[in-house]
Design a protein around this ligand. Structure first.
Ligand code: GTP
Ligand code: MG
Length: 206
């Protein structure tokens, strides 16, 4: 799929204030600093559509970006950022869970995982929450440019092993990406295109 237009629509902390248009949307979630905003910029060929930073905690709101006038990419705040105060943390978590539980247009979440690191409990727990809430999701491994190509497969295999050990029946669908090198861009956009076509065909709400 070719991205012709990508526009920022709105930022907010309330799911009720998200765009009313009933278009399929895909939400990027994961630990702070994992590369959610960078990946949105990579997919849309923009350097600064979504705000990025070397410091964790940059994205603090629900951000809607309308793509090709036809679907939304949603950039969310990260979880697991220790420096956010407890009170702010619970507010974050509340509006993030509100978003996942109420947003009917959400077709799939993408849970981003830094490919360099061993599987972390917080990510596995978040995926369990999505699973229990029956929210479809895929895994996106990020920062693939930071490890050698030969290590990519073994890191993915180790991740799969950890998920199976945590009572998952299978590894969810997953993608390997690098925002700096453009790795995974075409595969991910093709996947979204196919899902969009399916939902437009099969789901009368869209
Ligand atoms: P929060 O908004 O704080 O939750 O972070 P985020 O997940 O949106 O991360 P962001 O996109 O802001 O990126 C965090 C840092 O990682 C920045 O310094 C990026 O330049 C860097 N980064 C993101 N993706 C990649 C990647 O694929 N490769 C490399 N080398 N660096 C990356
Ligand atoms: Mg961000």
């Amino acid at each position: 799929m070719k991205i012709n237009t990508a526009e920022f629509i709105i930022s907010n902390s309330e799911v009720d204030k998200c765009p009313k248009e009933f278009l399929p949307e895909y939400a990027f979630i994961g630990r702070s600093n994992v590369g959610k905003s960078s990946l949105i910029n990579m997919l849309t060929n923009h350097k600064k559509l979504a705000k990025t930073s070397g410091r964790p905690g940059k994205t603090q709101l629900i951000n809607h970006f309308k793509i090709n006038n036809n679907w939304f990419l949603v950039d969310l705040p990260g979880y697991g950022y220790a420096k956010v105060s407890k009170r702010t943390k619970s507010v974050f978590q509340q509006f993030i869970t509100d978003y996942f539980e109420k947003r009917e247009q959400l077709v799939s979440a993408f849970v981003l995982i830094d490919i360099r690191h061993e599987a972390q409990d917080i990510d596995i727990e978040f995926m369990s929450y999505l699973g229990e809430s029956e929210i479809p999701f895929c895994i996106i491994f990020t920062k693939a440019d930071k490890i050698s190509k030969v290590k990519i497969d073994s890191h993915v295999a180790a991740y799969k092993k950890k998920m199976l050990a945590n009572n998952w029946e299978e590894m969810p669908m997953h993608f390997v990406t690098s925002a700096t090198e453009g790795t995974g861009k075409d595969t991910l956009l093709e996947f979204i295109d196919e899902v969009n076509q399916d939902v437009f065909k099969q789901d009368s709400e869209f």
